[in-house]
Design a protein around this ligand. Structure first.
Ligand SMILES: [Mn+2]
Length: 550
């Protein structure tokens, strides 16, 4: 038996070598459960292939066997080409929690570099002539396997040749001649993660997996929403694109974000003048929409968008419009809600690209309300939301008291939440969570938070839902934590004079008695973004679990 194999089977268990090589205070890789659990009982075995740019690019080919991921480093990567044999080096077993690890291992640490989940799926030991137990097959140096992945499919063979001078076992990986074989197939032609859609470069630029050492190992490596991650990088509108809008007359075709968009009624006033400015025309509104779309995209991508339309402008009543109209251009991204009841809206706009927001803006959607769940898991919220809703008698100072109590409560709980002004009269707090809890669970949690805070200042808060019964007191509204209920998106305009926007703020800004909930509008928020950056970004990055109340 070669040295590596012996070391893997010390009394410290199969992951001893894996752990010995890594400093878990520095790397975001999972440490793995204390005692790996085989736990199959007929469940299909999983495999993962990670594309890992360490000192040298390689692919890590990992098979679930006996409660760990048996692992081979394949420098040139697996292929479907049956005429090619790839060298593969048997390396230390990895914990099962490594299965969906995607992120950056810090430079200087073991394996420092970027990792994507290049392929994953299930596998079975190939029956023909194989011993029934894969662990035994690996130890005997020959494993025949049938992969069902997204990229890799069909019958493969791993066979040991000899130990190389470094002591690593050298193996060969090859694909058999079967119906999945493809001559000339090169893994480098398929560079994106099957989990997030991102390339190694994109993961390196913005790692989207956060390691939470306070959580159990099987829960600690928390991914960010894949579509949001994949599409963060929309380029801003160019000066030429924005200038082209000004050159149009009352209507025309606007080339923007790679699309040709028909825009209409450009000189129509959509927002009456605010206290400090002129009326806002549709042209102004579309210009703002183009400026803000790349910033807003990560909050909208992969989510159904409920449009609050005001075709006659903010001075006239608006209405909810959820169904994507059949006249929308074919390129407009959309999603069919599989749970839609007969007669309900079924096909929703999904702003997966910046031009889609401009289409909605031209359609008269002055306010943008994205779902708090993602289309791939519409019943799993990604935020818990608090809406601090002032009553007629609530002063701004009192509203700030309520907002600050939320800050204190969240700090006490160790939970990250971010405030934003509604652009109307209130303040909201968005609390990002890893998908898992149902809407009723996030609603119950938020209600507990609200009731706890309300008990501190009972003179400020009413629990009556009818406005008329509230005696002018504020409401802490947790009821928006529900399927297909929404709060206005960050940076969305509000249908009010002067085109105020729902602007994210720093918690400290809520100490400022001169702040107003409609302090920012489509004119000054762009400058604010240039100065402060996007203050709401932590709700995309800090994915967490809601702790129990004690
Ligand atoms: Mn590796």
């Amino acid at each position: 038996m070669v040295p590596t194999a012996r070391r893997r089977r010390t009394s410290e268990g199969p992951l001893a070598l894996y752990r010995e090589k890594r400093d878990f205070s520095k790397t975001s890789e999972p440490e793995g459960a204390a005692r790996p659990v085989p736990g199959h009982d007929g469940a299909p075995r999983r495999f993962v292939v990670q594309r890992h740019r360490a000192r040298r690019l390689h692919y890590d080919f990992r098979l679930e066997i006996d409660g760990v991921l048996a692992s081979w480093a394949v420098p040139k990567g697996p292929t479907l080409d049956p005429s090619v044999r790839r060298a593969a080096f048997h390396v230390e077993d990895h914990p099962l929690e490594y299965f969906d690890f995607e992120g950056v291992i810090p430079a200087g640490e073991y394996g420092g570099g970027d990792v994507i989940v290049w392929d994953l799926g299930t596998w079975e030991a190939d029956e023909a002539g194989e011993p029934p137990d894969p662990g035994t097959a690996v130890r005997s140096g020959e494993l025949h396997l049938d992969l069902q992945g997204q990229k890799l499919r069909g019958r493969f063979v791993l066979v040991r040749t000899r130990p190389d001078p470094s002591g690593k076992e050298q193996w060969l990986l090859l694909h058999k001649h079967d119906e999945y074989a493809v001559d000339g197939w090169d893994p480098e032609d398929h560079p994106r993660s099957v989990l997030s859609g991102r390339t190694n470069d994109e993961v390196r630029a913005e790692p989207h997996r956060v390691w939470h050492s306070d959580l159990p190992p099987d829960k600690a490596s928390v991914p960010l929403p894949p579509a949001a991650a994949a599409k963060v990088a929309a380029a801003p509108a160019t000066a030429d694109e924005l200038g082209a809008l000004d050159l149009l007359g009352h209507e025309g075709i606007w080339a923007i974000f790679g699309r040709e968009l028909k825009v209409t009624n450009l000189n129509k006033v959509l927002f009456p003048p605010g206290p400090d400015g002129a009326a806002v025309t549709k042209r102004d509104f579309l210009r703002y929409s183009a400026q803000i779309a790349p910033v807003l995209l990560p909050y909208l991508a992969g989510r159904a968008l409920n449009m609050h339309r005001y075709p006659d402008g903010a001075g006239s009543p608006g209405f909810w419009h959820k169904e994507l109209p059949t006249h929308a251009p074919d390129w407009v991204p959309r999603w069919d809600n599989p749970d839609a009841a007969p007669g309900d809206s079924r096909t929703y706009l999904v702003v997966d690209e910046p031009a889609a927001l401009l289409w909605a803006a031209n359609f008269g959607a002055l306010e943008w309300h994205a779902w708090t769940s993602r289309t791939e898991q519409p019943n799993l919220p990604t935020y818990a939301l608090v809406d601090v809703d002032p009553g007629d008698n609530t002063s701004w100072a009192e509203l700030l008291v309520l907002a600050r109590l939320h800050r204190a409560a969240l700090e006490h709980l160790g939970v990250e939440g971010r405030p934003k002004l509604t652009g109307r009269r209130g303040v909201q707090v968005w609390i990002p969570i890893a998908p898992g809890p149902s809407f009723s669970e996030t609603r119950a949690w938020t209600e507990q938070l609200s009731r706890t805070i309300g008990a501190v200042v009972p003179q400020l808060v009413s629990w009556k839902w009818q406005v008329g019964e509230r005696s002018g007191l504020a409401r802490l509204d947790y009821t928006q934590n529900a399927h297909n209920k929404t709060l206005v998106a960050p940076y969305s305009p509000r249908a009010a004079p002067g085109a105020p926007v729902s602007a994210p703020v720093e918690w400290d800004e809520l100490d400022d008695p001169d702040l107003r909930p409609d302090a920012f509008n489509i004119h000054n928020v762009i400058e604010r973004l240039a100065q402060k950056g996007d203050l709401f970004r932590p709700v995309l990055q800090a994915v967490q679990r809601l702790p129990p109340f004690r």
